[in-house]
Design a protein around this ligand. Structure first.
Ligand SMILES: [Zn+2]
Length: 65
């Protein structure tokens, strides 16, 4: 069983990636944590950069959806 996320926990990288990819939404406590935690924000920004980097995406396309 997964224990509930607590504000002082760091968010799992997979969750951050899925949030960036848009396949999941961060829960409110996770969002609060993201605002306060430099580590998680750093990871989050890395994923954002990766995801929006045209050299990673196969082609430059206007934001779909
Ligand atoms: Zn954290």
């Amino acid at each position: 069983m997964e224990r509930p996320f607590e504000k002082d926990d760091c968010i799992k990288m997979r969750r951050l990636f899925e949030a960036v990819a848009g396949t999941t939404r961060l829960e409110e406590p996770e969002q609060e944590h993201l605002h306060k935690c430099q580590l998680c924000r750093g990871v989050f920004l890395i994923f954002v950069n990766l995801y929006s980097n045209p050299s990673v995406a196969s082609s430059k396309k206007p934001t779909a959806a």
